[in-house]
Design a protein around this ligand. Structure first.
Ligand code: SF4
Length: 177
């Protein structure tokens, strides 16, 4: 699939910005996984989408092997200040909707992708982790960070802004083919 076609998908899904993702710029870092383990977000060890349930760094790297093309996508929205959590949650929700729309577009086109989003999987109100297998593996949403990526570094390496100023919030995801 061409980058132009992926761009069309991104536009139709509702994203605000996108850029080609050079797979060779992706580095999976143990330090990111270590930050997950600190559990600031409270999701470490709670969902199959997040460490350690999403697999070791090596296992995540294995999944990315053979991927030769990709696209970074962002949803950018307005916030009043860094405490405007309501607006941030609205932008995050919109980003998830855009993400699922783009994932569905790839599926409809018969294209197999690895889709890495922002935040944890919220498909089920209560995740089956660790007692039962994931209910919806095809819908499971792991974040770029869960796979060990430093998102701002990936954006920078691919010519996409990450920080749009104090009155903007951007959520970033990627699709790898
Ligand atoms: S799809 Fe459901 S069971 Fe699977 S990781 Fe997401 S919340 Fe957990």
């Amino acid at each position: 699939m061409t980058y132009e076609k992926m761009s069309e998908f991104a536009k139709e899904a509702g994203f605000s910005a996108w850029a080609p993702l050079d797979v060779s710029t992706i580095q999976l870092k143990q330090e990111v996984r270590d930050m997950c383990a600190v559990n600031t977000c409270g999701m470490y060890g709670k969902r199959w989408s997040c460490p350690p349930g999403c697999g070791t760094l090596e296992e995540c790297g294995e999944q990315l092997k053979g991927k030769t093309a990709g696209i970074l996508v962002q949803t950018i929205g307005d916030i009043e200040d860094s405490f405007d959590f309501e607006a941030m949650m609205e932008i995050e929700q919109a980003h998830k909707e855009h993400f699922y729309a783009m994932q569905a577009a790839f599926a409809d086109a018969g294209i197999s992708v690895i889709a890495l989003g922002a935040g944890c999987c919220t498909v089920c109100a209560k995740c089956t982790y660790p007692d039962e297998p994931c209910r919806f593996p095809a819908k499971r949403l792991s974040s770029m960070e869960a796979y060990g990526m430093v998102v701002n570094e990936v954006c920078k390496a691919n010519g996409l802004a990450y920080n749009y100023g104090p009155e903007k919030m951007a959520y970033t995801s990627c699709f790898l083919l």
